[in-house]
Ligand binder design. Sequence first.
Ligand code: ADP
Ligand code: MG
Length: 232
Amino acid sequence: MSADLTPCPYGICDGSGFVIDDATNTARDCRCRPQRIAAARARSLEARIPRKYRDVAFDRFPVTEIDPTVVDVVRRFCHDIEANLDAGRGIWLEGDPGTGKTTLAMLVSKAAIEARRTTAIYSLPRLMGVLRESIESEEGLLGLLDRLATVDLLHIDDLGAEHRTDWVNEQLYSIVNTRYEDQRSIVLTTNATADELEQQIGARTVSRLVEMCGDPLALFGADRRRELDPTL
Ligand SMILES: Nc1ncnc2c1ncn2[C@@H]1O[C@H](COP(=O)(O)OP(=O)(O)O)[C@@H](O)[C@H]1O
Ligand SMILES: [Mg+2]
């Protein structure tokens, strides 16, 4: 875990997360240490907004061009981000490629990070990559699954984009089901309809996602990515 030398929010330690007792020359955990650990975990879980989406904002292009009824739902969700994350409510954005789904999902992740909630952002293909790698790592698959299950917000981008295997679907089910039982939020984007997703990742995973995220917010229309760069 990387060092986090932000000042102690309680003004107790030097930013290390430890307090040294001069008399006995021993270190004990500072009150801020659990927060530091959570923040470091989130960072190591790629709680970074990809550069392309780093400056997303409700009052800026392209959000200003996206269907306002969908944007309004996302805006209200972000406004109440703490209560929504506490209740384990999520957001599901479905629709055609290049219509702003990932942009809106990043607004939700950004709001969660700004509220200092632990957040993990993965495209599904990347998530499956790290799951596969984790089998060989020291921490192992169980450690990774545990962290994916316990972050305050898990953002899964492009659900259904990966070539499916039973193993992939089983890991995905395990993550979604644990989060479902613990009432932890998921924000997801997908090009697939709920019916197609059922075929791809299985009905038991999809039914939990529906309950957690509510009805999908639909964004359809021309691929704006192509309009921006016709060579794509
Ligand atoms: N409604 C829109 N109007 C103009 N540009 C848009 C719109 N929606 C998305 N874009 C642009 O299209 C590209 C793809 O957006 P993104 O949110 O990644 O789409 P998706 O996840 O739906 O494929 C980005 O460059 C984004 O700025
Ligand atoms: Mg996308």
